[in-house]
Design a protein around this ligand. Structure first.
Ligand code: FES
Length: 568
């Protein structure tokens, strides 16, 4: 196969002319023939003024280019979509597959022998890895790294667990307008991704466990010099992969490496979103994520990382305690340490190089875990025939077995309008139900599963309630929250049948979520549901594609035609 600049020529019916033309145009940028004859390492640029999480991307790119050139290869930077959580309407999840398609096609369309993808804000690493897996070019992933922590009144703060916690206090009247504004300026004190175990940190750790990034790259704080030295090293590795024409993602990503990723997901107290993204990545390969096996891992794998929201520390503390290599050393035989990484080293060799940090308490030994069981449990029942997920490590133990009366919100808008209404018929033992917030329903499966505690209850001191939905939840959130109910209500899932006052039973130990209404009554309600129609928002463009082809949460919310085997 052709390599370097000769790869993937534009079609003019004459390959010699295509190359002649390509070289003529690229020379306009001042490149020499010597430069143009080198192996090429493509580098994605996801810098955007709308994406503060990626604020260090220009500096990372410079470091990667330095690493590539130090080995005598040729770096070429190209732009792709950038997605920032708080600047993505309607949701960042709505755009993840667009970024995956953009990144994949740009990797395919342009000549490169290896690619370095640089991302971090929640949906970007999943999109980039989905793309890399489908393009199957040798790939190095560089997470942009977490922010450093903030401080307020002697307290350590982190986005966005403390965003939610302190906003909750503001809603409850415990923090006034002046103080909440001061907090607002201190929650995100540097560029980089949220520094708790949210989705960004989760995906960075999973990426390292999959062997797609360099050791320690998940945890190095975004502004640290070490972040840029790691990027330089990543450039060198990518150049070596370009020359060796491997390893490709299809050679690295084995059943064992996907299992390792799931073990790490459980052990870090990872985000529930990580399960959806890992499922989407696996579905682009010949491997699959089995929810029953994932749940079993949750019973076998303890939470070892003491990070918010399941614990107390932040990503920089995890890093200084030894990072993912030290975590994998503690996990030991729960992992398949023969799995390989981009450098050719096995995880066993990575683990052997893990730093021992006396006195650190961010990475616990298996004999003294944060939680004896893993972060997540998979629930089934008549409310969730294809499954639902709860992050039990961040839930209130007293609510893990609970029956309560349903208080139903028809949509995110309905919930926003009514949840604080003093006249709302709700008490602390009720179960808050949100529907029409799934992949199709909202659309884009917003992180609305963390329904706020109704203000009158919050002011009475209620900190947690059972909340259930077909939505997602930020990995930074805390509470007894059942998510990803599948199938979603917008496609006729049983969540659509719940009425105010119905009893709902949650039994996390028994892995069940049930609506305590008899089957005949449910059938009657099903018969009364309005038939599905194409919503107005989905009549054209990307929205139409999204609505027609989005898969449910248990299939990773990819488009049906983007899976490894294509449509059908
Ligand atoms: Fe970008 Fe949290 S908002 S990682």
């Amino acid at each position: 196969m052709a390599d370097g600049l000769r790869k993937g020529l534009a079609s003019y019916g004459d390959a010699g002319f295509s190359l002649f033309l390509r070289k003529a145009f690229i020379k306009a940028m001042g490149y020499s023939d010597d430069a143009l004859n080198r192996p090429i390492v493509g580098i994605t640029n996801t810098y955007s003024d709308y994406n503060p999480c990626h604020g260090n991307v220009p500096q990372i790119i410079e470091a990667v280019k330095r690493g590539v050139m130090l080995t005598g290869a040729m770096p070429m930077v190209f732009p792709t979509i950038s997605i920032a959580e708080s600047f993505s309407h309607p949701t960042s999840m709505y755009l993840r597959n667009l970024m995956a398609m953009d990144t994949e096609e740009m990797i395919r369309a342009q000549p490169m022998d290896a690619v370095v993808v640089i991302g971090g804000c929640d949906k970007t690493l999943p999109a980039q890895i989905m793309a890399a897996v489908s393009a199957d070019l040798p790939t190095v992933v560089i997470p942009v790294g977490p922010m450093v922590v903030g401080h307020h009144k002697g307290e350590v703060l982190g986005a966005c667990t403390d965003c939610r916690r302190l906003w909750g206090k503001h809603r409850a009247g415990e923090i006034d307008e002046v103080e909440i504004e001061a907090v607002n300026a201190r929650l995100a004190p540097s560029v980089g991704t949220c520094m708790v175990m949210g989705t960004a940190s989760t995906m960075a750790c999973i990426t390292e466990a999959l062997g797609l990034s360099l050791p320690m790259s998940a945890t190095i704080p975004a502004p640290h010099a070490e972040r840029f030295r790691s990027a330089e090293s990543s450039g060198k590795v990518a150049a070596a992969m370009a020359r060796a024409k491997g390893p490709r993602p299809s050679e690295l990503l084995t059943a064992a490496s996907f299992r390792n990723a799931q073990v790490v997901l459980q052990a870090i107290g990872g985000s529930t979103n990580g399960l959806i993204h890992l499922t989407a990545i696996a579905n682009r390969t010949r491997h699959r994520i089995d929810l029953a096996a994932f749940d079993q891992l949750g019973r076998d794998v303890p939470v070892l990382i003491d990070l918010k929201p399941s614990g107390e520390h932040y990503m920089e503390h995890f890093h200084h305690a030894g990072g993912v290599p030290k975590l994998m050393a503690q996990l030991g035989d729960l992992l398949d340490l023969d799995a390989r990484t981009i450098t050719g080293a096995t995880l066993r060799e990575v683990v052997a190089g893990a730093e021992d940090v006396p006195g650190q308490d961010a990475i616990r030994p298996r004999g003294n875990p944060i939680k004896a069981e893993g972060a997540m449990a998979v629930l089934h029942g008549n409310l969730a025939p294809r499954g639902a997920v709860i992050k039990q490590s961040a839930a209130s133990p007293g609510l893990l077995q609970h029956s309560g009366r349903a208080v139903v919100f028809e949509s995110v808008e309905d919930m926003t309008l009514r949840v604080d209404d003093p006249a709302l018929d709700v008490n602390a033992d009720d179960v808050l139900v949100l529907r029409n917030a799934g992949p199709k329903g909202a659309p884009g499966m917003p992180e609305a599963g963390y329904l706020p505690i109704p203000r009158k209850l919050a002011r009475a001191g209620v900190k947690d309630m059972v909340r259930i939905s077909d939505a997602r939840m930020s990995g930074t959130a805390f509470g007894t929250i059942v998510l990803h109910i599948t199938p979603e209500s917008a496609v006729g899932g049983p969540l659509a049948l719940v009425k105010n006052g119905d009893m709902i039973r949650l039994d996390v130990a028994g892995r069940s979520i049930d609506l305590l209404v008899d089957a005949a009554e449910l059938e009657k309600r099903r018969g009364a549901l309005a038939p599905a129609t194409t919503p107005d928002w989905a009549r054209r463009g990307y929205a139409h594609l999204f609505n027609e082809t989005i898969l449910q949460a248990d299939e990773g919310c990819d488009f049906d035609f983007m899976r490894g085997q294509g449509k059908g």
